[in-house]
Design a protein around this ligand. Sequence first.
Ligand SMILES: Nc1ncnc2c1ncn2[C@@H]1O[C@H](COP(=O)(O)OP(=O)(O)OP(=O)(O)O)[C@@H](O)[C@H]1O
Ligand SMILES: [Mg+2]
Length: 448
Amino acid sequence: MARNRIKYVCSSCGYESLKWIGRCPSCESWNTFTEELIEEKKTGKKSHAGDEQISKLSDHVVETEERVKTNIAEFDRVLGGGLMPGSVVLIGGDPGIGKSTLVMQAASKVDGDVLYVTGEESANQISLRAKRLKVTGDKISIMTETDLDVILGGIKKLEPKVVIVDSIQTTYKPDFDNAPGTVTQIRECTVELMQLAKKTHCAIMIVGHVTKEGMIAGPKILEHVVDTVLQFEGERSYSYRVLRAQKNRFGSTNEIGIFEMHDDGLHEVLNPSEIFLSERDKQTTGSVVTASIEGTRPILLEVQALVTPSSYGNPQRVATGFDYRRLSILLAVLEKRANLRLSIQNVFLNIAGGIRIDEPAVDLAICCAIASNFSDKFARNDTVVIGEVGLGGEVRSVNHIEKRIQEAAKLGFKRVILPTNNIKAIKSKADIEIVGVDNLGNALNKIF
Ligand SMILES: Nc1ncnc2c1ncn2[C@@H]1O[C@H](COP(=O)(O)OP(=O)(O)OP(=O)(O)O)[C@@H](O)[C@H]1O
Ligand SMILES: [Mg+2]
């Protein structure tokens, strides 16, 4: 009998080694190596040399492919207009964030048959959830199975329009001796599901867990294999959930979908600005409203800053919902260009509502919020602040300025502070006062 040999595989990038290593030489993450069996090469396989099929691109005239709509507007937008037939979508997220809830709700609204394969819960548990989510109908077939061969058989037999596999970590291929959830199993199962999706033209949604580092468990290679990678995220203490595309072969990766978790499942948030500003305390220092663009949609958000003297040598800087390094840069700019002595202050920054923003157009609002709290002066609460801040303290123009202004006007704001360079691009008249600024000092004078 062949002797089983052991290899060690990095669960984050798939790097293989014959020895256990503490830190992966490829992706540099720590403690990610797990033990796996080396699969023996199958011999006696028929060679396919000579079967080559080559065709001209012009031979393939395809009408635009009809998307399979999930009929959840927020979900469809993130997907780029619905599920593409024959594609595989990977949905990742922290434990308990609501992945199964999301796919179950999508399953109930899809036009066509859905096969829901679960390796995590029993049929009774699924049915209890369906009852809680008020999901009814005969369109959804349930399969409690973890063996990939049986799952593939089920898909071929039922020929559904959409297949849901919850989760890829529990699915395994019996040909391999490795346990479910190992890198080899996850990779092989995904590749086979992908091949079947392409062949049968069904759309497959795969649920994947997230490791403590925030990556979809399983190798990075998995993200290359599938067509779309969606991340379902949210702060545990908030009921808001954000669906974000990390990769999409059939749509933009800028779009986000916002949901709110209730007892009866996820509700779409169609007016995010109103909700994110609903709990704003207008009489507090360090609070400034900004307009951010998420995908194609403007969202008004409250930036909160708290600046306190540091009693130790090393002041703390904490950013929630914003890039920590970007905050450090903005603090340095405030210190140097606006003469605010922040180097001995603790600075805490929060984007209210548990949402995360990455775009530089919120820089100026962050600077204004910090300056407001530091100097104990109220920032005008009828004003929205927009603009990118450069290292020289200059305020740089931002994109989609009209959309941002319109959203501010729609929500009843009276003034908007924005980069002077953006003013000439404004064509439509909104019922709001426009204040152009070209540097940080200028903006700090106008905000109080
Ligand atoms: N009455 C309820 N019963 C159970 N869960 C509820 C209820 N109301 C709201 N929830 C929410 O549903 C979440 C569980 O959702 P779901 O099972 O879809 O998450 P998941 O991401 O699939 O989790 P897992 O990683 O365990 O598979 C809970 O964390 C909770 O926030
Ligand atoms: Mg689940």
